[in-house]
Design a protein around this ligand. Sequence first.
Ligand code: ADP
Length: 307
Amino acid sequence: MGQDAFDMATPQHFTSLTGALCSLFGEGTRVESAGRISGGDINEAYGLTLTGGECIFMKSNAKEKLSFFTAEAAGLHAIARTKTIGTPHVLGVGTDEGRGGFSFLLLEFIRGKSHNAGYWKDFAGQLSNLHRASTVGSVPNGKYGYGCDNYIGRRSQVNKGYDSWTGFFRDCRLEPQFRDAARYFDKEDLKRIVRFLDHIDEILVEPEYPSLLHGDLWAGNVITGNDGRAWLIDPAVYVGHAEADIAMTELFGGFPPAFYDAYQERIPLQPGYERRRDVYNLYHLVNHLNMFGRMYLSEVKRIVGRF
Ligand code: ADP
């Protein structure tokens, strides 16, 4: 594969859940019991105990949502191949005709235990290593973006290749979200949004180097692994500016100071980060406006109004 070829592993694909279990764990393997797991807001999640005693994790959704799981598996693979931080091993994806038809993603089951001593410092070190990992082969036609589109929550995320980070963030992140949210804004708001987008390269800065991002890094997507360390789940990966991941950690509550102190020791945030943080998080807020409705509108307007 050439240096610029898009390097994405395709997960093993199955045409029934039973077929997947037999292929992965041996002929005759069935689900012995299934326990529903709460915590996600898009898919149904289960811990499956198999007839051979193994435990695996399954997410399922409508049959036509298979692409959610193919994208999630690709994202987990992209992070795993950097060998910087734990992610559940992907067993496969597929569809099944049972229960009216469904799609599924099968993962290694992560049986979290309590945090190791130094968990947050350690996590910051792992994340900074992810952000420093090579991105060669991840973006076919540019420096920022990704080799395929994926999803942020239940909405699609455009990942065209760009040489400019600020151009990428404007055209592939903010602009599509604002376009879909247009009905929430009056004429004056829309003018303000256009002006804001036109001047985005005066607000954001080009990174010192491109980084593979988790892309949806809030507390719910960091779980404690069997080793007591932080593991990443449910990514929306792309190549961008590392500070966009850090900004997202601050959006819904934030991590303890030990995390930010240790991260900054490894990768100091470029001056003016606090101002840019709100612009990065605007992407997630307008996405939430599009997914969940008006309760995110005043915060979105407040941020746009500040610029
Ligand atoms: P959604 O796609 O709906 O957002 P999540 O990825 O957040 O779903 O997962 C739903 C729940 O399952 C969360 O509580 C999460 O902690 C848990 N979970 C996710 N992956 C695993 C795994 N590999 N092993 C065990 N639990 C997991």
